[in-house]
Design a protein around this ligand. Sequence first.
Ligand code: FMN
Length: 360
Amino acid sequence: MNLNQPLVLRSGVTLKNRLIMAPMTVVLSFHDGIVTQEEIQHYGMRSKGLGAVITGTANVTDNGKGWPGELTIATDDAIARLTELSAAIHAGGAKAILQIFHAGRMTSEKTIGEQPVSASSVAAEVPGSEIPRELSENEIEALIEAFGQATRRAIAAGFDGVEIHGANMYLLHQFFSPHSNRRTDHWGGSLEKRMNFPLAVIDRVAQEVAKTSRPFAIGYRLSPVEATVPGIRFEDTLAFVEQLKTKPLDYLHISLKHFTRRANSQAYQEKSELAYIHEAVAGVMPVIGVGGVRTKEDVEALLENADAAAIAQQLLVDPEFPLKVTGEITDDPVSKPFGEAIKDLPMPHPMFKYLEKRYK
Ligand SMILES: Cc1cc2nc3c(=O)[nH]c(=O)nc-3n(C[C@H](O)[C@H](O)[C@H](O)COP(=O)(O)O)c2cc1C
């Protein structure tokens, strides 16, 4: 796969190349989730040389907020500044995709001012987790509607698409996981029923997208496995992918710590999780891979098993990394080694502090 080849999505949205900024919450928004000037700058300086920028995740309701300083798209008040954000991304030449989510149980009473909610009343196996309240059926319907309203706002704010965040242990992932979903109604009880909430969200988002005449993409991000018992097994994800293939999605984004990672299932050890999923959806929709891309060689290796490469942390430390990869900058073709670059960064906000700790 040539990384400079354009990627034409199902909706007609066209990415000029195969490089994508991965979603990263950098807690630069105001306390109420409204976009700040610093945030516009942050994305503007990182949108050159990329096919698309996927923003950090935006909560679709107030009780879906994961952290203070995260983006919101829960009210119409957010549209004006989000419009400035999409314009800054477009000015750099990239398509602008807004990631939308609900944190579910992966938040705290301190952050949202009430008990967190989830599919079932089961705490995450993560230190400090709080026991969530089980959502009622009416609340589930209201949340599906909230994803529809978020999509309407993303369209109004000039974005080229939304990415539905079904990965990284947040609410959609929680409905799919047998760890967090112990329900016995329409929304849980079997592998098939655990798919119902994410599939209903996709349908509602697609309904909203059908109302616009301009090309607008719908992506879906998932985490293929979970470490807990019970937890999502790779076989479950392959069955889910078969259902996702029947939906009007523009792409599937596989969330991985490293793009070469192997599955936690004995039956799937011959190649990477990304390679198996890419093979399963081949010809139906493109697959975006992510995780551990630090060099041009990494991009090329990832593109052996995916249609586009998403880059997260390397773009934090080197905003011009894509231009070096595509050959638009030739005088400084080598990015600093990641660990060194992170040490040289000014540390303007807590996420960088977290990265500094992780990479020192
Ligand atoms: C600071 C930071 C914030 C992140 N926020 C999000 C997010 O909002 N949504 C999401 O799906 N993934 C998020 N991620 C995960 C990244 O998109 C990516 O999958 C991960 O960092 C691995 O890619 P990398 O090795 O290129 O960093 C975040 C990662 C980092 C480092």
